[in-house]
Design a protein around this ligand. Structure first.
Ligand SMILES: O=C(O)/C=C/C(=O)CC(=O)CC(=O)O
Ligand SMILES: [Ca+2]
Ligand SMILES: [Mg+2]
Length: 383
C-alpha cells in the first residue's frame, strides 16, 4: 500500500524484528519509525511519540501536531537520518473513547427515509436544523482487516418475529473524525474551534444489519444492528493534510441556529472521493464534498449541550452518499435490484466470505494526491 509522500498519516505498527507496537508515519510504501527518528532528530518531541498508541500525541494539542508534521516534512525532504521500515503489522491506532455516528448526507438520509418510512416525508422535519446522530459502541471499534462475524438478532418475518443470523448485512462508507484535545464539561465547542480539537480523520465502515435495525430502531434509534463491529483504517490523516481539499458545503436550505451557522467561519467541506470494492470489484465512488453537515458543525452540535470531549473520541460522518451511494441497501434499493458482479454473481446484501475494501483520496498541493489508505473487512462464517 502506497500512501504517497504528502499525506504523512499517523498509525501504530510493529515489525517481526521488533514486535513492540509504536507510532509511525506512512511515507510512500514505507513507514517512518517515529520514536527512533524523533529521539535522534528532535528529543524535545520524543515524549509525544514514545507510547504504544497515538493517545499521547492526540492529547498534546495543535501546536505539537503542527511542529511534528513540519519537522517531519523537513527531515524527509532534506534527507535527514529518518528511520524507515517496511513489512509492518498495523495495530488499532488510538484508544477509542466515545463513538458517535452522524447522518450527514442528505442523499443517504433521503434514500433511507424512502425505504424505512415509505408512508412519510423522506427527510424528518429536524434534518436540516441539526446534524442527527446517535451514540454508538466504542468497545467494538476494530482495526481494518478484523474478520466480521455475522451478527444474530431479532427481525420481523412474515409469520412473526425470529432470532437468527442477519440476512441483510450491509456496509456504510464513512469518514471518522478523531478528537485530540479534550473540552471542559459544560463548555460547548464553537465552529471555529474545530481545528483546536480534531486531530485528523480515518476511514470507517459502520457495518449494519438492516433487518435487525429495521425492527429495533423505533423510537430510540440504532442499537444492536450496528454495535457488533465498526472497522477503522489504520492510518489517521491529520487535518493539515487537507489544506488543498477544502470546499464549500452545499447551500443551506433552512436557516441555522447561530452555533451551527458557518456562513462566516472557514468552510470545512472536504473534497474526498471514496471508493468501495466488493471482492475486488468497484461498486461505487461516492463524493464526500456534497455532505450537508461539516465536521465542524457535527462537533459543535455534539457539544452544544455542554457534553465534554475526551481524547480519542471518534465521530463518524454517516454514510457518504451523493452522486454515488455508500451502502448496499441503497445500491440494491432495499434488495429489489440485485447488483451484478463481473464473476456472473449478484449481491443484494453481504454473503459469507465477501471482502469489502473502502479507500479514499483527496487533492494535495501541486497536483499531488492525499491518500487516506483503506479500511477492509471480510465476513466470516456464521457462529
Ligand atoms: O434512517 C434511519 O432510520 C437510519 C439510518 C441509518 O442507518 C443510521 C446511520 O447509521 C447513519 C448513517 O450512517 O448515515
Ligand atoms: Ca452509520
Ligand atoms: Mg458500529
Amino acid at each position: 500500500m502506497n500512501l504517497g509522500h504528502q499525506t504523512l498519516p499517523y498509525g501504530v505498527f510493529s515489525t517481526a524484528a521488533d514486535p513492540r507496537p509504536r507510532v509511525g508515519v506512512a511515507y510512500g510504501d514505507r513507514v517512518v519509525d517515529l520514536p527512533a527518528t524523533v529521539a535522534a532528530l528532535d528529543p524535545s518531541l520524543a515524549e509525544f511519540v514514545a507510547g504504544p498508541s497515538l493517545d499521547t500525541l492526540l492529547a498534546a494539542g495543535r501546536d505539537v501536531w503542527n511542529r511534528l508534521r513540519t519537522s517531519l516534512a523537513g527531515w524527509l525532504t532534506d534527507g535527514a537520518a529518518v528511520v524507515l521500515v517496511d513489512d509492518v503489522t498495523m495495530h488499532l491506532p488510538f484508544t477509542v473513547a466515545d463513538y458517535v455516528d452522524f447522518y450527514a448526507s442528505e442523499q443517504h438520509a433521503t434514500n433511507l427515509g424512502r425505504m424505512f418510512r415509505p408512508d412519510q416525508e423522506p427527510l424528518t422535519p429536524n434534518w436540516k436544523h441539526l446534524p442527527i446522530g446517535y451514540h454508538g459502541r466504542a468497545g467494538t471499534v476494530v482495526l481494518s482487516g478484523t474478520e466480521i462475524v455475522r451478527p444474530s438478532g431479532q427481525r420481523r418475518v412474515s409469520g412473526g418475529i425470529e432470532y437468527g443470523p442477519s440476512q441483510r448485512l450491509d456496509i456504510e462508507a464513512e469518514l471518522g473524525f478523531v478528537v485530540g484535545t479534550p473540552s471542559r464539561l459544560g463548555a460547548p465547542v464553537p465552529l471555529d474551534a474545530f481545528e483546536e480539537h480534531v486531530f485528523g480523520v480515518c476511514l470507517v465502515n459502520d457495518w449494519s444489519a438492516r433487518d435487525i435495525q429495521a425492527w429495533e430502531y423505533v423510537p430510540l434509534g440504532p442499537f444492536l444492528g450496528k454495535s457488533f463491529a465498526t472497522s477503522i483504517s489504520p492510518w489517521v490523516v491529520p487535518l493539515a493534510a487537507f489544506d488543498h481539499a477544502r470546499v464549500s458545503p452545499p447551500v443551506r436550505t433552512s436557516p441555522l441556529q447561530p452555533y451551527l451557522d458557518d456562513e462566516k467561519t472557514p468552510a470545512w467541506g472536504l473534497d474526498i472521493r471514496f471508493e468501495i470494492r466488493l471482492n475486488g470489484h468497484v461498486l461505487s465512488r461516492p463524493a464526500f464534498g456534497g455532505m450537508y453537515w461539516t465536521g465542524a458543525q457535527m462537533l459543535a452540535h455534539l457539544t452544544a449541550n455542554g457534553a465534554s470531549l475526551r481524547t480519542g473520541d471518534l465521530y463518524a460522518s454517516g454514510t457518504v452518499s451523493g452522486d454515488e451511494c455508500g451502502s448496499l441497501i441503497e445500491l440494491s434499493w432495499n434488495g429489489q435490484n440485485p447488483i451484478a458482479l463481473p464473476d456472473g454473481g449478484t449481491r443484494t446484501f453481504l454473503t459469507d466470505g465477501d471482502e469489502v475494501v473502502i479507500s479514499a483520496v483527496a487533492p494535495g498541493a501541486d497536483g499531488a494526491v492525499i491518500h487516506l489508505g483503506e479500511v477492509t473487512g471480510r465476513i466470516g462464517s456464521r457462529p
